[in-house]
Design a protein around this ligand. Structure first.
Ligand code: AR6
Length: 192
């Protein structure tokens, strides 16, 4: 496969892949959604996942417990549903932070938590393969190079410490996003 659209490297007990593409066209044990705290659907990844999964996903999200403000999943946390018509067993709804430079430290911590919690949720369900979008890098405006660093550090450290999942695939929607993740991955392997 073309290295402009696909990269794969072993990490720890598993493997990290980078693919230029659309999360809803993937098959995996779990697909991660870039959700909001209400789990109410939205644009970007969230909209695409809800459209592709079908109505059952919205129904299942709506049945999850909410607080008095309608929040079903605080920032940095993850909720798990079935995947409807997607080629997956689970959707892991991860809520990344909205980025504001004044609160960059908090956003960085919360982005890391979102990845860690999604990986833990996948491992707890014996998922061998997990597909991630680049959480927070769209509507939530997280700067891409730093988001790539946090995402790949979280996954590399998880794969070093756990047997599952075996495959973590980042599905990156646009060439500049793919390029930023590839640069960071190759930096981590000492190739960059
Ligand atoms: N597959 C892969 N990546 C995608 C896709 C796709 N189908 N569509 C967009 N991206 P975003 P966030 C990229 O906005 O920043 C929603 O309204 C996109 O280019 O989906 O975490 C939710 O309801 C970007 O790089 O997620 C929340 O309110 C990355 O995926 C809010 O947006 C994430 O963009 C979450 O914002």
């Amino acid at each position: 496969m073309d290295t402009d659209t696909f990269v794969s490297r072993p990490f720890g007990h598993g493997r990290i892949e980078l693919v230029l593409g659309n999360v809803v066209e993937q098959s995996a044990d779990a697909i991660v959604n870039a959700a909001n705290t209400r789990l109410s659907g939205g644009g970007g990844v969230d909209g695409a996942i809800h459209r592709a999964a079908g109505k059952a996903l919205r129904t299942e999200c709506a049945q999850l417990p909410a607080d008095e403000k309608g929040r079903r999943c605080p920032t940095g946390e993850v909720r798990v549903t079935a995947a409807g018509n997607l080629a997956a067993r689970f959707v892991l709804h991860a809520v990344g932070p909205f980025y504001h430079p004044l609160y960059a430290d908090k956003a960085e911590r919360q982005l890391r938590e979102a990845y860690d919690n999604a990986l833990t949720a996948a491992a707890e369900r014996d998922c061998r393969s997990v597909v991630f979008p680049a959480l927070s890098t769209g509507a939530y405006r997280f700067p891409v190079p730093r988001a790539a660093e946090i995402a790949l550090a979280a996954v590399a450290e998880f794969l070093a410490a756990h047997e599952a999942p075996e495959l973590v695939r980042f599905v990156l929607f646009e060439p500049p996003l793919f390029e930023a993740f590839r640069a960071e991955l190759l930096r981590r392997t000492g190739e960059g």
